[in-house]
Write a protein that binds this ligand. Structure first.
Ligand code: AMP
Length: 215
């Protein structure tokens, strides 16, 4: 399958993408994960992207487009891909369209994951991450807390709040989403590719995506 997942930060794009890869061997491509890995490794891309990411701003289109042009031509994309976090702006969507045309490929579906704002805010502000770069286990202070002294249950390292998950950065990410990414909903509606799915339970959402792909 060749699918784009749209949705606000915290809508669960990563979780849904992972579950969908189990379906037919398509790969998950998360621009956020690729960028975080580049920051960790200290590559040129990582150095350029870090400031934008920490503030909750978007990384410039030119960097993202170059990165995705390369990634989408990797061999593992042959069985299909699930794009999680890309495109994030209209220029990115237009470049993706041109790139896929050049490669002789078409998108099957664009899914817009609809999640109430209260649920999103709650998820983002309660999320914590293990600070050990080789572990990065995810915790939630309400539903899955770390140890009492704030350490990772797997490796014992301190569990922290990601820099882009402070309240200020979260509010900025949501504002950026509304201004820059939400317009993609009408863009893909016009392209006759859009399916809106109210997403409260990941397994149910995955079933709805599979149904939409068949219809
Ligand atoms: P995510 O994990 O998808 O929430 O992405 C984390 C951060 O990476 C975002 O807040 C942006 O700073 C950056 N980012 C990820 N994907 C993109 C994209 N397609 N365009 C611009 N910036 C991106």
């Amino acid at each position: 399958m060749r699918v784009v997942l749209l949705g606000a930060p915290g809508a669960g794009k990563g979780t849904i993408a992972k579950l969908l890869t189990e379906h037919d061997g398509s790969v998950q491509i998360s621009t956020g994960d690729i960028l975080r890995a580049a920051v960790k490794e200290g590559t040129e891309l990582g150095k350029e992207a870090k400031g934008y990411m920490d503030r909750g701003d978007l990384v410039p289109d030119s960097l993202i487009i170059k990165m995705m042009e390369e990634r989408l031509q990797d061999e593992d994309c042959e069985k299909g891909f699930i794009l999680d976090g890309f495109p994030r702006t209209i220029p990115q969507a237009e470049e993706l369209k041109k790139l896929l045309e050049r490669l002789g490929l078409e998108l099957d579906l664009v899914v817009n994951l609809e999640v109430p704002t209260e649920v999103i805010l709650d998820r983002l502000t309660t999320r914590r991450t293990c600070s050990n770069p080789d572990c990065q286990a995810i915790y939630n202070i309400k539903s899955n807390p770390p140890t009492e002294d704030g350490r990772c249950k797997i490796c014992g390292s301190p569990v922290i709040q990601r820099e882009d998950e402070t309240e200020e950065a979260i509010m900025n990410r949501l504002k950026t989403y509304n201004e820059k990414t939400a317009p993609l909903i009408s863009y893909y509606e016009n392209e006759r590719l859009l399916k809106n799915i109210l997403s409260l339970n990941s397994r149910e959402t995955v079933e709805k995506v599979k149904e939409a792909l068949q219809g």
